[in-house]
Design a protein around this ligand. Sequence first.
Ligand SMILES: [Zn+2]
Length: 467
Amino acid sequence: MTIDWQKQAEKYRDQYLSDLKELISIPSVRDDEHKTDDYPLGEGPAKALQKFLSFGERDGFTVKNLDNLVGYIEYGSGEQTFAMQSHADVMPAGDGWETNPFEMTEKNGNLYGRGTSDDKGPGLAAYYGLRMLKDNGILPKMKIRLIIGTDEESDWTGMKHYFEVEPQPTLGFSPDAEFPLINGEKGNAAYETTFGKTNGAEYTLKEFDSGLRTNMVPGNATALIETDNNEKFVDAFTDFLDKQPLSGDIKATGDGIAVHLIGKQAHAMAPENGINAGTYLAAFLNQFNFEGAAKQFLSFIAEYLHDDTRAHKIGVNHVDDVMGELTMNVGIMKFDFRTGGLVNTNFRYPKGINDTQILQALLKVADKLGGEVKEISHMVPHYVDPDDPIVKTLLAVYAQQTGAKDVKPEVVGGGTYARMMPRGVAFGALFPGTQDTMHQANEFQPINDLLKAMAIYGQSIYELTAK
Ligand SMILES: [Zn+2]
């Protein structure tokens, strides 16, 4: 059977765009404060899942919602299962948007909105790829499931639930990263370092707040300071802004001096692409005479973490020939004079080093500063043999449709659902050359890229399940 996959994708354009618009309009950010028995992660993630499943139902697929945490759209039958793992939740919007992040907006052929690139756009493209089989009457030799999680951006609650209650898929891919293909993912470990609440008299750190998530470079940081040396402090801040690649403001309030720094958000797997407003603010404040736990909190960030995405200062920098460099993100920094300080660090590490060694390194520094460290999450590195058909077939389809030469699988620091399957890889939908705006303000994806991805997904599913 010969199918012109790209032509097929073009035929779906209007319906795809209208479905995607609906998905983007649901602010499916995990919201623990408003969780209920029916909505264990808050209403948004479940509503987006339900909406996604409703498309499958509309188009005549078997669908199942597992407790509003995860669901799947199924086609075909057989003992083996081919899985595609996508997610309907999104990162918080953050600041700096030029359009409403929850209203899909088209500008110059690009679709703007939270989730256009990560992962509603690509997940829906995979869904339309699956539709190509069904709409052409092609029956696969195995069961195909598009599994939709609702908590990819935090703890993978939904996808873990799926793997607990449903049989293990045989092989598959996650359309939640980039082309050509990712067959290796670094280990991922997060730690929380906590400090006490004691403070000094000359400079008092009342509050410090930066970062929303462990997997995001904070774009904003604020602090509230009390001091009698107002003028000196304000002058130093102005001077700091002149010299550093950040903007900000400073003002006197009834409670003290409020400082605000604006850096640049980025994904934690490539922290060098961001400007960490929190570590910069700590570095600025660290030059003043703070005392006690406040001082320890600031110097931990400023002296051991700031401007060091490869973690040289704490001594865990490591490079592996196949899997690349260890990277570190400082995702959350908080201090409150009533409750104390907290610093959340996230490491993506290759083989050759492990999470215990990183913990030891953090403990060594924290010990000196009166802090305490605990590991809060961990995933081991993942690697699929480049000769496995899941890698070879997908790369061949990609090369055939794009004309790309010499395509090779890659290893990244991002963790995708693919690592949950021994034969799982990440495949698209960000093309080389397209700007990566995942987890950032003004997230977008070109329409043509999404349609190209859809065509690649259609053929890939066909080659791996029906041929
Ligand atoms: Zn994603």
